[in-house]
Design a binder for this molecule. Structure first.
Ligand code: NAP
Length: 251
């Protein structure tokens, strides 16, 4: 198990379920940072209630729409970690505002790009010193999520090869997740010499606020699969696009 993990978008959906399953794991992380944009408000209530019983869960306020808040929470996280590093960053927070060509506006495009692409990049940038520390201090051989890894929560809707219009005409979402996949590729290339792994993960179609009621997968099933995939990541997975069962997806 990783010593220190950060999950963004931990207030609900897959992010909250990641915190639940990591928190209840047989060997939970010593530090489990749950980032949420409104910990004191109604949005943060479920996370706060869950975290009450776990001394290792630290809730941090982070709004991906506000780059100062990303920097501030990164500083707070590094203060708690001292010089021990962050092993695993899961860039999970995301939005899907829907919309085909008739509905799309520059505002929807820019908002989606900010949260789904620039946000994860800036979180990774702000936490890079902690990820580098974890990679340097780890005695884990090779590459792994126990050593140092960045996981970007992507979507099969980003895949050009698997393009299926039945998945929805969501221009902004598809384009942003395709761009996020390129972020994964760039990070995987740049961070490899430092021992930090980076991969994109598609969680499946999951019953959350975003996935909707018709989705076939529960949050529990998806997150169980994702955590299994993360526990098995190695150098050969660096820069890949995998699904929640560990299957390779085409770009
Ligand atoms: N569900 C699916 O079928 C599916 C499929 C493919 C990929 N994904 C991806 O999986 C990830 C999680 O999806 P989900 O289904 O759990 O979505 P969700 O239920 O809609 O939850 C989204 C999370 O992102 C957070 N978030 C939104 N805007 C934010 C901001 N400005 N700053 C910080 N956090 C923000 C939300 O926080 P608030 O509670 O504060 O709004 C919430 O915690 C997303 O990246 C999504 O694209 C989901």
């Amino acid at each position: 198990m990783q010593r220190a993990v950060l999950v963004t978008g931990a207030s609900r959906g897959l992010g909250l379920e990641l915190i639940r399953q990591l928190g209840r794991a047989e060997r939970p992380p010593r530090y489990l940072f749950a980032a949420c944009r409104d910990p004191e408000g109604a949005r943060g209530r479920d996370l706060k209630n869950f975290a009450k019983c776990f001394s290792n869960i630290k809730i941090v306020k982070m709004d991906l729409d506000d780059f100062d808040s990303i920097q501030e929470s990164a500083e707070e996280i590094q203060k708690v970690l001292k010089n021990n590093g962050l092993n695993l960053l899961i860039n999970n927070a995301g939005i899907n505002l829907g919309g085909g060509l008739n509905e799309i506006t520059p505002e929807i495009m820019m908002k989606t790009y900010t949260i789904n692409v620039i946000g994860p990049m800036m979180v990774t940038k702000a936490l890079l010193p902690a990820l580098l520390q974890a990679a340097q201090l780890s005695d884990e051989p090779g590459f792994s999520s126990k050593k140092a890894a960045v996981i970007n929560m992507s979507s099969i809707m980003a895949s050009m090869e698997l393009f299926n219009i039945q998945h929805g005409k969501t221009y902004a979402y598809r384009i942003s997740k395709a761009a996020l996949n390129m972020v994964t590729k760039c990070l995987a290339n740049e961070l490899k010499p430092h021992g930090i792994l980076c991969a994109s993960v598609h969680p499946g179609w999951v019953r959350t606020d975003m996935g909707g009621e018709k989705a076939p997968l529960t949050k529990e099933e998806s997150v169980q699969g994702i955590l299994k995939v993360l526990s098995r990541l190695s150098e050969q997975d660096n820069g890949l696009f995998l699904d929640w069962r560990g299957q390779l997806l085409p770009w």
